[in-house]
Design a protein around this ligand. Structure first.
Ligand code: SAM
Length: 241
């Protein structure tokens, strides 16, 4: 059976013959926006059961029901990679979360650093961006997007088994590669437009689970740096090898 083109992330369990009720937003998207009718096929995923091809059995203005027919793709969890990043302007923060989902992060933790100028984020909106990115990139997994917390608080009680690859802009120009770093649970840390403060730099260098890294000879925008760092890590230690 060909994979359905329209994809929808649902909370509901998926399995052979499973009926999946739609909420009003999902019904509006499938039946009003995408103009699907009874009998149409939709690809469903929930981050646990892989992708299932489902058929529309009921279509209404504010509700509907899909019936799972067969599994179209197995559940594919991304590598155990988290992204910690300091929020920047809204659209660019949206971009960072979207790329983290597409490039294969398992969790996204916005962190407030000394020079972060975006005091708050809309976690629900960012989670929706991650969900839409997974729908678009044929993913079957949606990274959890956490609420904003201070960097120091996020690293309190940090499990040292999860190493942090810290993009330290003061290393700009240093030709470093990730060769020699061991696979396993990792996190990437990207700073805000203003970079890291000296106090943060000293504090981070004092933690043995933190590995500072250069992202080449130019200073990258935070959103570019996030995508570049995830790409580097995926190619060296992730599921692109
Ligand atoms: N205001 C800082 C400066 O001029 O040095 C630049 C900060 S940069 C816009 C935002 C973040 O991207 C940095 O905190 C760092 O995490 C990352 N970054 C950008 N370019 C980098 C590079 N060449 N090497 C390492 N990290 C970099």
């Amino acid at each position: 059976m060909e994979r359905a083109k329209i994809r929808l992330c649902v909370e509901h369990p998926l399995g052979a013959g499973q009926a999946v009720p739609l909420d009003a937003d999902q019904a509006h998207y499938l039946f009003a926006v995408m103009r699907l009718a009874v009998g149409a096929r939709v690809a469903l995923f929930n981050g646990r059961d892989g992708e299932w091809t489902a058929e529309v059995v009921e279509a209404g203005k504010k509700r509907g029901v899909l019936a799972c027919l067969e599994q179209a793709a197995p559940q594919l969890a991304p590598p155990d990679l988290w992204l910690l990043f300091a929020p920047i302007k809204k659209e660019r923060t949206d971009f960072i979360v979207e790329k983290a989902a597409e490039l294969g992060c398992a969790r996204v933790l916005p962190v407030a650093t000394d020079y972060t100028n975006s005091a708050r984020i809309r976690q629900d909106r960012l989670q929706a961006h991650a969900r839409e990115a997974a729908e678009q990139c044929l993913g079957t997994y949606v990274p959890e997007v956490c609420d904003l917390q201070p960097l120091r608080k996020a690293l309190e009680g940090w499990d040292p088994a999860r190493r942090i690859l810290w993009a330290d802009e003061s290393l700009v120009g240093a030709a470093e590669t990730l060769a020699g770093l061991a696979p396993g649970p990792w996190a990437i840390l990207i700073g805000p437009e203003g970079g890291f403060s000296e106090g943060e730099r000293t504090w981070l260098r004092g933690r043995d689970f933190v590995t500072p890294v250069s992202l080449g000879p130019r200073i990258l925008r935070a959103d570019t740096a996030a995508s570049a760092a995830i790409t580097l890590w995926q190619a060296a230690l992730g599921d692109w090898r």
